[in-house]
Ligand binder design. Structure first.
Ligand code: ATP
Length: 648
């Protein structure tokens, strides 16, 4: 039982040293995690499981980490499961002797095929007991299934699924089916897995012999000391993961050399995407000048396209990654074939940060983002490309074998301009001015909007001007034209549920319940209902999409009020960008509850739909803290606070 107090990684494990970790041990761990919502307890349970793996069967740590994350490989390899429900139902039916119709019915009732699988399996009598599944064998088979393509793939997949499913006991069936469907549904975020791994390695460092009496490193330490050791290990692990988001590299280093030595072995490497630096919103030029008072900064146009992290390794291999480390290389063959025109002879390897924007060849102007989103997303054939793009280069993170992220922007930009060239309509350095004069910034902002940009990115140049991987930093501010009279920024929300439409929207969803994400508690908190900003086609498109993601009951990690229950609940699968007039405290919505007010959440007034954010995962939605900051940053709230202070 990994949830036990004073867990002992040898005595309390259900397998012996050097045996393969039974899949059952992982399934029980996941089921314990599913039962509770307290983040610290979740981390403790997972870390206890990892400790046993480290001590007893270290070679199973990597598949364990992947299976907890429901991943098979780094995101950029694009190896995903997500087997259609129909195929899974067929496999469950064939293995348990039940009919597909019965299984479909149960799935409708329980809202989760994983549970149906578990129950179907429990009531089945077996003539003989198949060999128990192991974590390693499940991981290998899932990988094989994900790689299967072509004509006969479905039959082969069903065969493989059956061969595993037949051996499932208890909760194993639930998690196996959920893994195959591509969703674990236990609300376990990657940050918690990293924290649990760091905690496990602090408690039970890998690579050591453990006589039973010194099993718990923590036993010999004060609680504070242990906590601070876990925090420093977690910082090392999380920082490494940002630079090198690849467990295939990280886990073996932890096992062989210890977590502390990660920075010596895993660094920024061309070919491996890193998590990008992000900006904080601001509401006006004055706010920018206040923030950067006395600090040198630059203003760049904020282009409205798709972020492109362009990598070239020493062997000449080129890859392009999205904001979310997805591999976009096959989306942009046109960029790759003309890359040599912008790199000078001095360049051997690099990582370039840029925005790829749709470009009108006739007028030589930027086209809106909507045009770019019509491009084929994978395996584009260069000859068939209709939407031309121009790459606006704004940063250089690595050059000729050397990482540049610790250098100030002024130096990175100078190197960018020294080693790369502009090519009209194809490769252009982000348009910029270095000024601290209010009127000039204001004028540059107006110009950027006339040039079809969203506004400006304002960045520190010399002091506090390193490239902060994976961080929404105060050293990059975004200044959008339409912030001025609004609340500061558009908001990225997760769609939680739908309300059935009436009148001309009968048969479609006419409204939706939206949520922000709270990474602290790993939950989605209701933020507002939305029904405007949609075209007729939008309603059609959203209805078709969400029909496939309806769930019978809300997830345990959805927070909402009974008065706002939608007609249909959806799985958290899509992010929308929306705008609103302002934010107000709400007795019914739950966003940022406990941050600004102990009992009330925050809600948006007059929300309008802008677009789907294909490039964001649901956990990248605007966070509860950001919603609270936006609320507090509104003029009327600031004035109220100032008034109260005056009165005091
Ligand atoms: P949004 O794109 O909605 O503003 P986001 O969360 O994707 O939000 P932000 O940090 O808010 O990212 O804004 C930065 C984004 O703006 C970058 O991810 C990049 O795609 C784009 N961008 C356009 N021009 C620039 C530039 N000159 N410098 C940095 N980023 C730029």
């Amino acid at each position: 039982n990994p949830g036990k107090n004073n867990y002992h990684p040898i005595d309390d494990a259900c397998w012996k040293k050097d045996e393969k970790v039974p899949y059952h041990a992982l399934a029980v761990t996941l089921s314990k995690i599913e039962e509770i919502s307290k983040r610290l307890k979740i981390i403790e349970i997972l870390s206890n499981y990892f400790r046993s793996v480290i001590v007893l069967s270290p070679s199973d740590l990597l598949p364990s980490v992947y299976l907890c994350l429901n991943q098979l490989a780094p995101a950029y390899e694009g190896l995903e499961l997500g087997i259609a429900e129909g195929i899974l139902m067929k496999a469950i039916a064939q293995t348990t002797g039940r009919s597909v119709a019965q299984i479909k019915n149960d799935a409708k009732e329980l809202g989760d095929l994983g549970l149906v699988a578990e129950q179907s399996k429990c009531s089945q009598r077996m003539m003989f007991t198949p060999a128990a599944l192991t974590v390693a064998s499940v991981y290998t088979k899932l990988k094989e299934i994900a790689k299967m393509t072509g004509h006969a793939a479905v039959a082969k997949k069903v065969d493989k699924i059956q061969s595993m499913f037949v051996a499932c006991k208890g909760p194993e069936a639930r998690y196996l089916i959920r893994s195959l469907a591509g969703k674990l549904r236990i609300g376990l975020a990657e940050q918690s897995v990293l924290q649990a791994l760091a905690q496990a390695c602090t408690h039970t460092p890998p690579g050591q012999e453990y006589p039973p009496e010194i099993m718990n490193k923590a036993d010999k330490l004060s609680v504070e000391k242990f906590k601070s050791m876990v925090d420093s290990s977690a910082l090392i692990l999380k920082t490494t993961y940002c630079e090198c988001p690849n467990y295939d590299r990280i886990v073996p280093v932890i096992l062989e050399h210890g977590l502390e030595s990660l920075p010596d072995h895993c660094h920024l490497t061309p070919g491996l995407p890193l998590k990008p630096m992000l900006a904080q919103p601001t509401k006006g030029v004055q706010e920018v000048l206040n923030r950067f008072d006395g600090i040198k900064f630059t203003c760049e146009w904020k282009y409205d396209g798709e972020r492109a992290q362009i990598h070239q390794s020493e062997d000449g291999k080129v890859s392009i990654y999205s904001r979310n480390q997805e591999n976009n290389t096959s989306k942009y063959p046109d960029i790759i074939s003309r890359l040599h025109t912008c790199t000078k002879d001095t360049v051997t390897s690099f990582i370039l940060d840029s925005e790829c924007v749709a470009w009108d060849l006739e007028t030589q102007k930027i086209k809106p983002f909507q045009i770019l989103s019509t491009r084929k997303r994978k395996d584009a054939n260069e000859a068939e490309i209709k939407v031309q793009v121009c790459v606006f280069m704004f940063d250089l993170l690595y050059l000729n074998g050397e990482p540049l992220v610790k250098e100030p922007l002024a130096k990175r930009r100078a190197l960018l301009k020294e080693h790369f060239s502009e090519v009209a309509g194809q490769w252009i350095f982000a348009h910029s001015i270095d000024t601290n004069k209010m009127e000039e910034v204001q004028e540059f902002l107006e110009e950027s909007v006339k040039g079809n940009c969203e506004g400006l990115m304002v960045k520190t140049l010399e002091e506090e001007a390193t490239y902060e991987i994976a961080k929404r930093s105060r050293n990059w501010l975004k200044l959008k034209k339409d912030y001025m009279d609004g609340v500061g920024d558009s908001i990225d929300v997760v769609v939680m549920g739908g309300y059935l439409g009436k009148g001309k929207r009968t048969g479609l969803y006419g409204g939706f319940l939206l949520a922000c994400y709270d990474p602290e508690n790993e939950e989605y908190q209701s933020l507002c209902k939305i029904g405007t900003g949609f075209s007729d086609e939008d309603f059609q498109k959203h209805t078709e999409f969400f029909k496939e993601h309806v769930i019978e009951t809300p997830r345990s990690f959805y927070r909402f009020d009974k008065s706002h229950v939608p007609d249909h609940w959806f799985d958290a699968v899509q992010v929308w960008e929306i705008k609103c007039a302002d934010l107000s405290l709400s007795p019914v919505h739950r966003a940022a509850i406990g941050i600004v007010d102990p009992e009330r959440g925050i809600s948006l007034r007059f929300p309008r739909f802008l677009r789907i954010r294909e490039d964001k995962n649901v956990e990248d939605a605007t966070s509860a803290q950001q919603i609270a900051d936006m609320y507090n940053n509104q003029d009327q709230i600031k004035n109220q606070e100032a008034d109260t202070k005056l009165k005091e």
